[in-house]
Design a protein around this ligand. Structure first.
Ligand SMILES: [Zn+2]
Length: 124
């Protein structure tokens, strides 16, 4: 079976003003995170960075509802990308991976302004 890889730009933090999980415009919160590999590529250029999220995803993160967060990101992604039905399962697994890795590498720090700076840096 051929695996279908979504464009990595849709899966990893890119900075800018969209939620890094569900791609909703408008980042409300930032979460500092250690670097990790996704699809064989580091998500941050340096040792750490920040995920910017919308308010809804932030609520799920704060509540530790990882499967709900992965499901939300997956559903939003499917709405905006023409993913063949047969590949939906692998896309879902990738979001589950992303959320799990984020949960493992996230820092508890609440230094929001610093995190915001790191997030913006990712666009350079
Ligand atoms: Zn979101």
């Amino acid at each position: 079976m051929q695996s279908w890889i979504p464009p990595s730009a849709c899966l990893v933090p890119q900075g800018g003003n969209q939620c890094d999980f569900c791609n909703t415009p408008g980042t409300e919160r930032f979460y500092l995170c250690q670097n990790f590999e996704m699809n064989g590529r580091l998500v941050f250029r340096n040792g750490q960075g920040a995920f910017g999220t919308c308010l809804k995803c932030a609520e799920l993160i704060d509540a530790g509802r990882w499967s709900s967060l992965a499901e939300r990101a997956f559903q939003k992604f499917m709405k905006h990308h023409a993913v063949p039905r047969v590949d939906a399962v692998s896309v879902r697994l990738q979001f589950a991976d992303l959320v799990r890795l984020f949960a493992d590498h996230r820092k508890e720090s609440r230094q929001l302004s610093e995190a915001g700076d790191l997030h913006g840096e990712a666009t350079n």
